[in-house]
Write a protein that binds this ligand. Structure first.
Ligand SMILES: [Zn+2]
Length: 225
């Protein structure tokens, strides 16, 4: 066997690490696999992440935050910026474990004039100065649009984005200096083309039902992997 045909040891190590991270997410109850799941979009898939459950186990969150911090330990960081309140627990754990002892701030998301916007509370805007080194932290990166809006925002304030740390990144998303504990995409199917439906596998509607129970039906939920 030639060296090229052998698997790169770093790639193997990454694969093993990713499996461990997936197992941790599974143990929090956030990650569901090998199922036939109805998504809020109406499409079907085999895997699903329940975002809100990701950080329910403090020791797991601390462990995962430390892994992200270790990756970025080689770069000085003044501030960890959470993409929103949801990723704040993870951001805290990353900041706590980073040798630079960065502070933690968060952005807020909203709609304005029909367009998605992100902003920083004014108290935080005062903290971001020219040359402030910022590490962004997100839980799930699905399209990267929130991150790109936040990067533009802090760069306009003169800050430098050191990198992006996240729990899960859909592999279709291209971003600079991103480190994710899990990089994984899974296929979604239209119901009439779904191979699981074709096999007659029962459809799990649990995640959609729960959302409907919580919210008025007229509210459109953004698509989550
Ligand atoms: Zn199906």
């Amino acid at each position: 066997m030639t060296a090229a045909a052998r698997k790169d040891p770093a790639a193997v190590e990454n694969e093993v690490r990713e499996k461990i991270h997936l197992e941790i997410l599974k143990r929090t109850g956030a990650y569901h696999a090998n199922d036939h799941i109805l998504l809020p979009s109406g499409q079907h898939t085999t895997e699903y992440i329940e975002k809100t459950l990701v950080t329910t186990e403090p020791s797991f969150t601390e462990g995962l935050g430390a892994v992200i911090a270790k990756h970025f330990a080689q770069w000085p960081v003044d501030m960890v910026l959470s993409t929103g309140p949801a990723a704040l627990i993870l951001s805290h754990c990353v900041a706590r474990a980073h040798p630079s002892r960065p502070t933690v701030i968060y952005g807020t998301k909203g709609l304005s004039g029909g367009k998605r916007r992100v902003s920083l509370p004014v108290e935080f805007q005062r903290l971001v100065r020219t040359g402030t080194k910022i590490l962004l932290v997100e839980d799930l990166v699905s399209t990267g649009s929130t991150l790109n809006l936040l990067i533009n925002l802090v760069e306009q304030l003169g800050a430098l984005v050191v990198g992006i740390g996240c729990l899960w990144r859909r592999t279709s998303v291209e971003l600079d200096n991103v480190y994710s504990l899990v990089s994984r995409d899974f296929p979604t199917y239209d119901p009439d083309k779904c191979p699981l439906c074709a096999k007659g596998m029962p459809l799990n509607e649990e995640f959609v039902r729960r959302r409907h129970a919580r919210r008025p039906s007229s509210v459109q939920e953004p698509k989550v992997p």
